[in-house]
Design a binder for this molecule. Structure first.
Ligand code: SF4
Ligand code: SF4
Length: 188
């Protein structure tokens, strides 16, 4: 990405963040690190929430998008609840995910692959189906990584706790209509 493009996207992202409830508070970050200390995914993230806020404020969107952080956020909202400055960081992560998907910037990271597989599975079934989700994920990343999970999967299967094909919810077409209406509304 060129520097000019990165700056343009940084501006676009910050404008979207300012439109969030309390989004303008991102400028009041005191770099206390409470968000990073509260994050359950911090050990696997290249940059924690505190560093992401600092990078965004410094216009270093490239650094953020090139890291694995965004797709490792599990939307637990711990950072948002505990931030002394009231910064809605979990919602900022959603803005970053949206930007990556809309602009086709999403790297083929494991986190992005898992997120895409999850959305497709929910779209097909109206709910999460773990066997299908993991099948998609492992086939798209590294099928051999599924092998250590086989004994656990067998145990769950014989106890009737594992669905092979996955049921669909009733009224799936209504869910699709609702999602289409939301999407249409968002593009207006
Ligand atoms: S908890 Fe809030 S104020 Fe503290 S570093 Fe994180 S975003 Fe900034
Ligand atoms: S919402 Fe995301 S970034 Fe915030 S604490 Fe939870 S996992 Fe970490």
């Amino acid at each position: 990405m060129t520097t000019a493009k990165a700056e343009e996207l940084s501006r676009e992202l910050l404008e979207n963040v300012y439109e969030l409830p309390h989004g303008e508070k991102i400028n009041e970050c005191i770099q206390c690190g409470t968000c990073s200390a509260s994050c359950p995914s911090i050990a696997a993230m290249e940059y924690g929430p505190r560093e992401i806020v600092a990078s965004l404020r410094a216009g270093m969107l490239d650094r953020v998008l090139n890291s694995n952080t965004v797709w490792l956020c599990v939307s637990c909202y711990s950072c948002t609840i505990r931030c002394p400055a009231g910064i809605p960081f979990a919602d900022v992560m959603y803005e970053l995910k949206r930007l990556e998907v809309e602009k086709g910037l999403s790297k083929d990271s494991e986190g992005a692959t898992m997120a895409k597989a999850f959305v497709e599975t929910v779209d097909d079934h109206g709910r999460s189906v773990e066997t299908k989700l993991l099948r998609k994920y492992f086939l798209r990343t590294n099928p051999f990584k599924a092998l250590p999970q086989v004994p656990l999967a067998m145990k769950l299967f014989f106890r009737g706790r594992l669905e092979i094909f996955g049921r669909k919810i009733k009224g799936l077409e209504n869910l699709h209509k609702m999602l289409a209406a939301i999407e249409e509304n968002e593009t207006k």
